[in-house]
Design a binder for this molecule. Structure first.
Ligand SMILES: NC(=O)C1=CN([C@@H]2O[C@H](COP(=O)(O)OP(=O)(O)OC[C@H]3O[C@@H](n4cnc5c(N)ncnc54)[C@H](OP(=O)(O)O)[C@@H]3O)[C@@H](O)[C@H]2O)C=CC1
Ligand SMILES: CC(=O)C(C)=O
Length: 330
């Protein structure tokens, strides 16, 4: 009658599994961490803040932190860093998180590429965000704009005015800032493989990530392969197709309305947004969907308890149509 013998190991396991089943849906899950080549860890899922109005973003970031997000994607040019900073400070002060539990990214805007402007731009973002260091600082775009007070300097014809500054010189000015403790990691955004190759030839500190537009209509397979061959992670921006991008036209295809994606989401009992976010995670990409709506911020985070099959990832891969939604800002 050995099978009736009391064994505390089995009882403990039984109780553990029972509690897990009852409590799991109520417990705030943590996003898995991606490890960069320099051993710094970054939550694979973060919240975006582009177009989040100053009057909405403080509450959105507070909600996100309450829900479990620990990664916040910011940029000087979004014009809302101060309000994001207010949320970060509030959530640290009320004991919800410690600074070291958060992963905060900002980006060097195109008008500050000239080497003597770089440190000041970083310090401004730190001041706005009310923090002493960034976890990650990115060159926002490879091209430099004329160094003027305006963030989008234009000539009389309304054309963007570029500057001659080479992003290599900008990168060289960024490198020492990591040593000064102002930023933990450096990265780039919107770089193609040619630009990255040039950078890698001279960089003493390699970028940890290339933040690029990435979703099923532009899955960036080749650039991803290139980056990964150099141990550079992809951060996927506009993963939901950026429906609120300012230049969207009514006739543009709506990624979240795609019937093929809807069919996959319905089959899995998930929302299309959840499938789109999971698509990035299952490809090993860091992903930063934006929302200022609490229910969406919450449901976008509820993607940590399921996985897409290889077949579904391959099927979604096949939707690629070079469908870029965020063209170069010039
Ligand atoms: N490095 C770069 O050059 C760039 C970086 N980024 C970063 O990436 C982030 C994300 O990209 P972004 O272009 O904002 O676009 P996203 O693809 O994240 O889409 C955001 C839009 O989707 C809506 N949305 C969010 N969740 C849901 C949901 N569950 N169901 C339906 N609609 C939803 C939001 O609405 P609402 O907010 O009203 O809820 C908003 O309109 C940016 O915010 C920014 O941080 C983006 C572009 C360029
Ligand atoms: C959104 C963003 O980061 C742009 C357009 O540069």
């Amino acid at each position: 009658m050995t099978f009736l013998k009391f064994d505390s190991r089995y009882t403990t396991k039984l109780v553990y599994n029972l509690l897990k089943t009852i409590l799991a849906p109520k417990m705030s899950l943590k996003a898995p961490l991606v490890k960069f080549y320099n051993n710094q860890e970054c939550p694979i899922l973060g919240i975006g803040t582009w177009k989040s109005k100053p009057g909405e973003v403080t509450q959105a970031v507070k909600d996100a932190i309450d829900i479990g997000y620990r990664h916040i994607d910011c940029a000087f040019v979004y014009g809302n860093e101060k309000e994001v900073g207010e949320a970060i400070t509030a959530k640290i002060n009320d004991g919800t998180v410690k600074r070291e539990e958060l992963f905060i990214t900002s980006k060097l805007w195109n008008t500050f590429h000239r080497p003597d402007l770089v440190k000041g731009a970083l310090l401004k973002s730190l001041e706005n965000l009310q923090i002493k260091y960034l976890d990650l600082y990115l060159i926002h775009w490879p091209q430099a704009y004329k160094e003027e007070a305006e963030l989008f300097p234009t000539d009389e014809a309304g054309k963007i005015q570029f500057s001659e500054v080479d992003y290599i010189d900008t990168w060289k000015a960024l490198e020492p800032l990591a040593g000064e403790g102002l930023v933990k990691s450096l990265g780039v955004s919107n770089f193609n493989s040619g630009q990255l190759k040039r950078l890698l030839q001279v960089a003493s500190v390699k970028p940890v990530t290339n933040q690029i537009e990435c979703h099923p209509y532009l899955n960036q397979r080749r650039l991803k392969d290139f980056c990964e061959s150099h141990d550079i992670k992809i951060t996927a921006y506009s993963p939901l197709g950026s429906p609120d991008r300012p230049w969207a036209k009514p006739e543009d295809p709506q990624l979240m309305e795609d019937p093929k994606l809807k069919a996959i989401a319905d089959r899995l009992g998930k929302t299309v947004a959840q499938v789109l976010i999971r698509y990035q995670i299952d490809r090993g990409n860091i992903v930063i969907p934006k929302s200022v709506t609490r229910s969406r911020i919450e449901s976008n985070f509820q993607v940590l308890d399921f996985k897409l099959s290889h077949e579904d990832v391959s099927l979604i891969d096949s939707f690629d149509c070079n469908g870029r939604l965020v063209p170069m800002t010039a």
